[in-house]
Design a protein around this ligand. Sequence first.
Ligand SMILES: Nc1ncnc2c1ncn2[C@@H]1O[C@H](COP(=O)(O)OP(=O)(O)OP(=O)(O)O)[C@@H](O)[C@H]1O
Length: 256
Amino acid sequence: MAEDELVRMEKINKFYGRIHALRDVSLTVKTQEVVGLLGDNGAGKSTLIKVLSGAVPLTSGEIIIKGKKVELKNTAEAIANGIETIFQDSALVPQLSIARNLFLGREPIKGSRFFGRLDQSAMNASARDLLKRVGITKDIPPETAIAALSGGERQAVAIARAMQFDSDLIILDEPTNNLGVAETQGVLRFVREARDTGHSCIFIAHNIHHVFQVVDRIIVMRGGRVVADDIDPKKTTIAQVERIITGEEMLNAIKG
Ligand SMILES: Nc1ncnc2c1ncn2[C@@H]1O[C@H](COP(=O)(O)OP(=O)(O)OP(=O)(O)O)[C@@H](O)[C@H]1O
């Protein structure tokens, strides 16, 4: 295992009944690396990250985290192994405040473990800090309900939550979907900030331009397989990657 290897997926296969959604997929993510996962509709991207986030069981193959083989039977086990996933319909609770959402399920308690109550002021203070850190400079009080935030601000809160619990790997499934230009830039900035503070990310987006702005490496899937896993966005054009996604161009042709 390379010293900076964080996650390794080895020969992962996934069947949904008779549909073979993942075919011998192998890939790695390094520490402090942002990887873009691209592929057409039905290529297998969502299935792959659902397997890695413990949301669906794999049929065969291995997942190795920091050199140790793990079984991710549910999302709690993935989280315990340092993998936090922010799905499109991110799991924030709209009726609750930003602060409560940031600490959901892991709230700080004041007093004893059994007779304590939520430490609201500690939560609010950390929430204020965190919002500043992810670039929400507008003065949004941490007591604000999620329902009152824009799409970009919600993504920011979801990313801030993953950063604050020091997940090693943050998986972002279409985080820029339906966002405006400024909000998209905000999300891309949070991804950079996550990397700069030591996290790794897998970034899935249909918009290749967004992926190109932020990733260190691109992996392309087609028909349930990884067809390219080492595309350097600094040395490859968007048009070339588009042709790999559709199958018009093989990676070897680019490398040659
Ligand atoms: N729950 C499921 N039951 C049966 N088949 C499924 C299920 N989820 C996905 N599939 C199938 O598995 C294959 C891969 O789908 P997946 O959603 O992983 O692709 P994707 O690359 O994420 O596509 P998109 O970009 O459209 O989200 C497709 O053929 C899809 O129809």
